[in-house]
Write a protein that binds this ligand. Sequence first.
Ligand code: ZN
Length: 270
Amino acid sequence: MRYAIISDIHSNTEALNAVLDKCKEIEIDKYICLGDIVGYNAEPHKCIEMVQDLEPVAIVKGNHDEYASNSNKELEGFNPHAKQAVLWTQSRLSKDEIKWLSGLPLRQRIPGTNITAVHATLDSPESWGYIFDVHHAADNFSYQFTQICFCGHSHVPTAFCKKPITSRTELPIEEVPDWAFKNGENIIPENPTVADDLEVHLQSGFKYLFNVGSIGQPRNRDPRASFAVYDTTEKTVTRYRIPYDIESTQKKILEAGLPERLAMRLTVGS
Ligand code: ZN
């Protein structure tokens, strides 16, 4: 079985299309969506429809989905541009879309699998906290009862593993460097117009937490759309980085009257 894990699409149709083309090419069986389908970019309706058509085995709610579908909620933790995009998205969603987004769960353990899905963190998903280091990862692992957890939210791909404890001195939680960069470095990709991938082999007895990165607004200085594939037979999790038509997305953002900064950041992946 091959699962594609998609996250933080943020109303970016071009990036989602590029990712789904790749998914067809590599013959994905099932989809898992980690939320933030809407927000920031200009095509919320189209992206909701495309995600629904995939019939994912799990879809969890992101903070932008939450705030775009709940106009009574104070907009906490959003910068002015993100706030403007949330309000713009609210005004574009249909009643059915609002109902659908607001009804999504915050975390989901997928029956019959070793996978849990969450947008932010398992320990308190409704607080929308970020997992950037081993301490945050440790909090998450305390609430992770499956071998694998996939998360999104930061738009920065990171992965952590929790080893079986074999000695008192050894630290059980480590970052998985192969997930973020090739050869431990190379923050800016050599050629962002070419697709590539990074593969992690799962070891038995280990728990894993993978932040799959963002499809619609990458922030790790790599402008390519990022998503993951879990191959249950090969016991591998692979992160794909896919170039897409950024200019078309930017044009739509500007035409919609959304902040210019939201268009510009896509070029550099910031
Ligand atoms: Zn997001």
